[in-house]
Design a protein. Structure first.
Length: 152
């Protein structure tokens, strides 16, 4: 279920609230290869299945930044502001990759609103901790404190 926000004040009132989980998403080798092509990061642990099978993770793994980028795939499944005229990614305060995502794994996310404060231009800056987990593991694969600005 997605929570919908209609004003900066509604975001401020939601500080401490948790959301999720989102739907599962398959991290295929094709997705990993496309990310490698987009970023020119073709390290063998991401794109060489034969070599990676003999490596430390036993398979190819997703780039950490691919996993981080998925935060903005998952957030709209959990938090929306349909009446906002604009929503922009303002950055991250903290990002960690405690575990890897092997090709063929499923991931999903949970979120918690950590802070929300009004900024110039009728916007609210929302700090949301997004925790991405991989199916079958208790250890998260990415924990990121994202900053999003919603302009009303």
């Amino acid at each position: 279920m997605t929570d919908r926000f209609a004003s900066p004040q509604e975001f401020q009132a939601a500080v401490g609230r948790t959301y999720g989980p989102s739907r599962w998403l398959l991290i295929s080798q094709a997705r990993i290869n496309a990310f490698a092509d987009a970023t020119d990061d073709h390290q063998w642990i991401h794109v060489d299945a034969a070599r990676a099978a003999q490596g430390p993770f036993g398979a190819t793994i997703a780039h950490g930044f691919l996993t981080l980028a998925l935060a903005y795939h998952f957030l709209p499944q959990l938090i929306e502001a349909p009446v906002a005229r604009l929503c922009v990614n303002y950055g991250c305060d903290r990002v960690r990759f405690p575990a890897v995502v092997r090709a063929g794994s499923q991931v999903r996310a949970r979120a918690e609103i950590l802070a929300a404060g009004e900024v110039a231009g009728g916007a609210v800056q929302v700090k949301t901790q997004v925790t991405i987990e991989v199916q079958g593991s208790d250890k998260p694969v990415c924990v990121a404190d994202t900053l999003t600005r919603y302009y009303f």
